[in-house]
Design a protein around this ligand. Sequence first.
Ligand code: X8Z
Ligand code: ZN
Length: 618
Amino acid sequence: MITKTKKLGHLLIAGAISAAIMGCQQPERQTLEQQANEQEAAKPQKPTAAEAKQFVEDAEKRIADISEYAGKAAWIAQTYINVDSQYIESMANKDYKLLGIELANGAAKFNDLELPYDVERKLKMLRLGLTLPAPAGQPEKASELAKIESKLSAMYGSGNTPDGEQYDLIALSNVLVDSDDPEAMLKAWTDWRKVSPQMKQPYQRLVEIANEGAKDLGFADLGAMWRSKYDMDPDAFAAEMDRVWGQVKPLYEALHCHVRARLNEKYGDQIVENKGEIPAHLLGNMWAQQWGNIYELVAPEGGSGIDVTKRLKAKSYDAKGMVRQAEGFFSSLGFKPLPDTFWERSQFTKPRDRDVVCHASAWDITPEDYRIKMCIQITEDEFNTIHHELGHNFYQRAYNLTQPVLYRGSANDGFHEAIGDTVALSITPKYLKEIGLIDEIPDATGDLPFLMRMAMDKVAFLPFGLMVDQWRWKVFSGELTPDNYNQGWWQLRQEYQGVKAPVTRSENDFDPGAKYHIPGNTPYSRYFLAHILQFQFHRELCKIAGHEGPLHRCSIYNNKEAGAKLKAMLEMGQSRPWQEALETMTGSKQMDATAVIDYFAPLKQWLDKQNEGRQCGW
Ligand code: X8Z
Ligand code: ZN
């Protein structure tokens, strides 16, 4: 419809001009009234509210039409990495991008109109729709950008280097989990970072084009566009993240202090000193983002923890069995089971004979077609990730079946990331007993070990969740340039996380590219938000479930009332600002990290005691 309006405008102007050139009318013989009429007709028509409504309806149809095609192309590209699948994906992505750009620019034409709430909000969704926009009217740049995206994703997924080496992220990660030999860990850590230097140049070009696209849409740069997706002023959003970080920082610092002390005891001053940043290869995770895998090293003495990995293996769970178990949790809350096609089309395990992107994701190809793509290993981490991914699928289905196309999204992207994790917070010892994974619930002495294990993942993650986009925002704004990409990355790692590179790095390295979401171009602030929101949701759902006692012992398993409350929020999709979605769920419009503080209160007390006399900080 907008194309038609635009064309109509051009036609009117062209008509008036050609009449004047041809001289078929003598201006001096026109009456004033005639002149005024002609001038009015020559003006481009101001768009109307009715046209805006029609525009939105057409946009929804066109998006729905192209989504299945683009979704399937992307699925193939990630589950069969080869030149052909990359080609097909980039073509589909280019078409999608061109449509997105056309619609975003078209939507901007209705900017100054007084419009009904839903039309206005949907126009906003269109303006903000793309993650990586290309500049308007330059299809060759949209095509170039789409090709770079596919290439980066394939580089990461395959682990191939330009010299014909191939590195296996899962195998290298397992070294960090299983080994306590600093040499071996260092090798695994540096090996994985041999895959990413080749990404630097294409990444730089991607930033250039997408920045141009964002500016074209009226944003200062791509970072400003990303920060505009939160129903509030973009600067206020950045400030809000900082405020919430301030609430949890003391807890992180206490954890950091204790973990560093234990690492120092184990490895000695040569490897990790009892001051300053922790070398990033010792924390049991390729990016030092979650530390649960070195839990044994920091475990409080006296209490008994539960080794879920061991229990899953002892009970002979396989990948599908773990997914079934997680689906069962959602069913217990009153959600309908997933369709048969979910079981037929998902990728649960790593194929032996081809390259795939193993990084876990959840897909809604159509409102009937849901899938996850994982390379599941039988571990506690993966059991949690399965809940995380199913949270996406159940959210997608809730809004896909109730909302129009442009409202099919989460209240904000942090909500999407929080749902499965919220459910996984209910994997308590009591729950594990209910599903037969353990035989006895540990007594209260088990609380500290449980909380410590949780904190090693959830609290340790917070500064990482914040710094990834701090880096990208600086890259997009030009504050960081290609000659200090890597240095800028490590500066933020040091500042926020208090971790450092275990060996000297240079600008020939591109360590940000070793983290999926950089070549994958997935914004990362969402995970920081999710790590706060999930505790807020958990606290509220536990209240509804009538839970009494400490928050970390609450499980909402089988509680239909809590399930109904959750479902009501999921079904809102992105039809209302996230603050309202949060209010429906929690009664408050504000993000609030006191839920994190409440949850970990007993652990914080214990950590403070352990840290007495230690020199904390870095
Ligand atoms: O990427 C993910 C999910 C898919 S949305 C597996 N997460 C972040 C990461 O792995 O870096 C979940 C936690 C943070
Ligand atoms: Zn996710």
